[in-house]
Design a protein around this ligand. Structure first.
Ligand code: NAP
Length: 325
């Protein structure tokens, strides 16, 4: 038996900076070429044929042009549930399986959605500053805020995370409506066929669809105007992908009091965030931290690693994305 072939670790390409736990686990089991395709294309060309798997986070960009440079590539393991940066059409054509990490992050993303909703309506970041800066003492009580409990919530995307958000909203006594590609007969919530109709009937609009071409700009000026109801009402919370909202339209709506406010975890073009947001008092911003807790990032990494291990052991993959099944 060839000892070398037994002990040589498989080679993988990592296309995004990864959290320390995921990176350490990968280093244990694989030879990791970390973004070498960007930093040293010549060296990448030398190792490309030995690479059979790519690993990246949910924001990873894996276009056809990259996959085509690795003739033996057979797998893309995404550490995240969203995979809108992976060209799944090309992957299918090239015989490459794409896996992701659904479900293990539902709780965290739902928690953050509620957190952003509370921050936007109750102005918690501003309240913190109000105390720290001595304004409480100098000016007295803060201006009154918007009540959340009992308000109407609309959820755009009623999948794994959307349902988890709904569970939390129910505990806040919020009447729940939603839109998705299809109605969910098993859910006791009100369905609206369009985001505009949904927005017109709710106080808080929470976005939790996938990104990509199908949802690009779905939350546009018309939807935001419907949410505002001509009275500057309504809050939009985005924990999906920045591309789902028409960002210039959102900035316009916030600057002109077409809606009351926003809570945003994701941005079109992130990590670059339009400076227009920075001076606004009616928006709460977060740097894409929906799943960013130690426990959940570990669970995501473990699932991605299991998919990788199964691939190299010729066992069935655990969580293949629907387009590549
Ligand atoms: P999921 O279970 O696949 O649910 C997606 C939902 O979106 C489904 O209800 C689906 O409708 C709906 N949808 C898809 N395309 C649509 C369209 N064109 N128009 C209207 N609705 C559409 O996915 P999930 O696990 O809940 O994750 C959702 C997304 O959250 C991910 O893809 C990712 O982009 C984002 N995310 C963000 C973070 C973060 O850190 N902020 C973390 C995790 C995930 P049907 O049910 O009718 O198919």
């Amino acid at each position: 038996m060839n000892i070398t072939s037994q002990t040589t670790k498989p080679e993988i390409l990592v296309v995004m900076p990864l959290p320390p736990y995921a990176r350490a686990q990968l280093d244990l089991h694989y030879i990791v070429h970390d973004r070498i395709h960007q930093t040293d294309p010549q060296a990448f060309a030398g190792v490309a044929s030995g690479i059979r798997a790519i690993v990246g986070s949910g924001e990873a960009k894996v276009p056809r042009s990259l996959m085509a440079q690795m003739p033996n590539l057979k797998m893309v393991s995404v550490i995240g549930v969203g995979y809108d940066g992976v060209d799944t059409i090309a992957a299918n054509e090239l015989g490459i399986k794409v896996t992701h990490t659904p479900d293990v992050l539902n709780d965290d993303v739902a928690d953050l959605a509620l957190g952003l909703m509370l921050c936007a309506a109750r102005k918690l970041p501003q309240a913190d500053q109000y105390v720290r800066q001595g304004q409480w003492l100098a000016k007295g009580p803060m201006p009154l805020a918007r009540k959340v409990s009992g308000s109407r919530v609309g959820i755009v995307g009623m999948g794994r995370i959307g349902k988890t958000i709904a569970k939390r909203c129910a505990a806040f006594d919020m009447p729940i409506s939603y839109t998705a590609r299809s109605t969910k007969a098993d859910l006791p919530f009100t369905f609206f066929a369009s985001a505009t109709d949904l927005a017109a009937n709710v106080d808080f609009l929470i976005i939790i669809t996938p990104g990509g071409a199908a949802t690009k700009g779905m939350i546009n000026a018309e939807v935001l105007a419907a949410l505002g109801k001509g009275r500057g009402e309504g809050y939009v919370i985005n924990v999906a992908r920045g591309t789902v909202i028409d960002q210039p339209a959102l900035i316009h709506a916030l600057q002109n009091n077409i809606i009351a406010g926003a809570g945003l975890d994701v941005f079109d073009g992130e990590p670059t965030v339009p400076e227009a947001f920075f001076g606004m008092d009616n928006v709460t911003l977060a740097p894409h931290v929906g799943s960013a807790t130690n426990a959940t990032r570990k669970a995501m990494a473990d699932l991605a690693l299991l998919n990788l291990a199964n691939f190299y052991a010729s066992k069935p993959l655990v969580t293949v994305v629907p387009e590549c099944q």
